[in-house]
Design a protein around this ligand. Structure first.
Ligand code: PMP
Length: 299
């Protein structure tokens, strides 16, 4: 993630990653009481562009508010800082990780002071041709009555680590995590869709992190005239459908080959999901839908 030369943004300054320090007496380290984002930038014909920067930083501000973490950066300030950070580190295709740390304070009351750290590292998108074998997790997503799950909070990701590692230990690539009622929620770090008879389905809000990529998939569907529905469904309903994919900023749109070893029926390349994957790839580097209009009209 970093080397001797890497610079990160730390509480108003650009400092060497190697020399940056955090204190060991804080709520973020001890309790997972921190909020963060995962953002990507792309090399485009018009230079390096951060995809949906505004949406990500607005969500960071909302996550801090939901956690009662005092936080005063504006979206504009954070976008400017991020472009500068990419430039300093000579990054183009990059993953950007802003983190709001609450420190120093060890109490179980709301944070008194926070500081913003932004890290960025080179990101190779080459793995996108992967097709995932996934399994239903034995872990549930955090219960929305116990957590504010629409906020991107560091502590929630302990659940993600458990679910993802369980899947890997059992020989799968990733986990499909259910809500407390046994309906499909999402993956450890991505939202999920399945395709059946020319229509897409994805879990409704309530038990998921409502992803920015998920919202982008809706935009693409609207552009392509593909219908979609947000609804509750069980893994049994999803199993053996035509196709499925995970979507998130890091993963982008990644094909799911099978659920609990039951394959999805269509050839991925023939699915509407694959068209959406292609459209997303174009959108992140072209920032508009002109490609869709010219080459995908007949889906
Ligand atoms: N769900 C979870 C649990 C995630 O961690 C992520 C990644 N941030 C997503 C969904 C997808 O969100 P986004 O598309 O905004 O990256």
């Amino acid at each position: 993630y970093y080397n001797d030369k890497t610079i990160l943004f730390y509480d108003g300054e650009y400092v060497k990653a190697k020399e940056a320090k955090t204190d060991l007496y804080g709520q973020s380290l001890h309790y997972g009481y921190a909020v963060f984002e995962g953002i990507k930038s792309y090399k485009t014909a018009n230079g390096t562009k951060i995809f949906k920067a505004k949406e990500h930083y607005e969500r960071l501000i909302k996550s801090a508010e939901a956690m009662h973490i005092p936080f005063s950066y504006s979206t504009r300030e954070m976008i400017d800082v991020t472009y500068k950070l990419l430039e300093i580190n000579n990054l183009s295709n990059a993953y950007i990780r802003p983190l709001v740390i609450c420190s120093p304070n060890m109490s179980l009351s709301k944070g008194q002071k926070s500081y913003l750290v932004i890290e960025a590292w080179n990101w190779d998108n080459g793995y996108l041709a992967n097709k995932l074998r996934i399994m239903t997790s034995s872990f549930q997503r955090p219960n929305p009555k116990a957590f504010k799950i629409e906020a991107k909070v560091s502590g929630h990701y302990v659940n993600s680590i458990l679910a993802s590692q369980e899947a890997k230990d059992k020989g799968f690539d990733e986990a499909l995590v259910l809500d407390e009622n046994g309906n499909v929620a999402e993956s450890s770090g991505a939202n999920v869709f399945y395709e059946k008879d020319g229509k897409l389905y994805t879990p409704q809000k309530g038990n998921i992190l409502p992803g920015i990529t998920r919202a982008t998939v809706f935009e693409i569907c609207n552009q392509l005239g593909i219908s979609y529905e947000e609804k509750l469904f069980t893994p049994q309903e999803m199993q053996g459908a035509d196709a499925a994919f995970f979507c998130g900023t890091a993963a982008e749109i990644v094909a799911v080959e099978s659920l609990n070893d039951i394959p999805f029926r269509m050839n991925w390349e023939d699915s509407l999901s694959a068209k959406i994957q292609q459209a997303y790839r174009h959108l992140v580097v072209e920032e508009n839908y002109s490609y869709l209009k010219s080459s995908l009209q007949n889906v």
